[in-house]
Design a protein around this ligand. Structure first.
Ligand code: ADP
Ligand code: MG
Length: 138
């Protein structure tokens, strides 16, 4: 049951020079990189990506933060990709993230938490196609 998830290394982790270290952990955990690039969201694009959170009090701050610097979006492949990747990154709040998880190792705060991970197969497909055309996927 090989399937896919979507991730982005967020501006805090790219700015801190942790892109390579994070990708190393992702590959060591058995994920294959299907698509990868470095880009920056406009505030409007960040608003669209996080539209599901538009009613939350942190939405405006989140969109400003996510468009504040470069990000590294990726599509990843592995058996049980969505759930295994959520385990690898850890809890949203790094203070609650398990030892050894990417957020525990690299996140600065609940907002600047180093990395995104899709929460379902359906959202993984939607989020992946937000950033990548079929022709960009291996
Ligand atoms: P996750 O990224 O773990 O799936 P959510 O989907 O709930 O978490 O939230 C999306 C993103 O919004 C989080 O990764 C984080 O960057 C930000 N965020 C979530 N909760 C808060 C909060 N209470 N305060 C500030 N930012 C938050
Ligand atoms: Mg989420």
């Amino acid at each position: 049951m090989t399937n896919r998830t979507f991730t982005m290394i967020k501006p805090d982790a790219v700015e801190a020079g942790n892109t390579g270290a994070i990708i190393k952990l992702i590959e060591e955990a058995g994920f294959q990189i299907v698509a990868l690039k470095k880009t920056q969201l406009t505030p409007a694009q960040a608003g669209k990506f996080y539209a599901v959170h538009s009613a939350r009090p942190f939405y405006n701050d989140l969109c400003a933060y996510m468009s504040s610097g470069a990000i590294v979006p990726m599509i990843l492949e592995k058996d049980n990709a969505v759930a295994d990747f959520r385990t690898l990154i850890g809890a949203t709040n790094p203070a609650q993230a398990a030892e050894g998880t990417i957020r525990k190792l690299f996140a600065k705060s609940i907002e600047a938490n180093a990395i995104h991970g899709s929460d379902s197969d359906e959202n993984a497909a939607i989020e992946g196609s937000f950033f990548f055309a079929q022709t960009e996927q291996f």
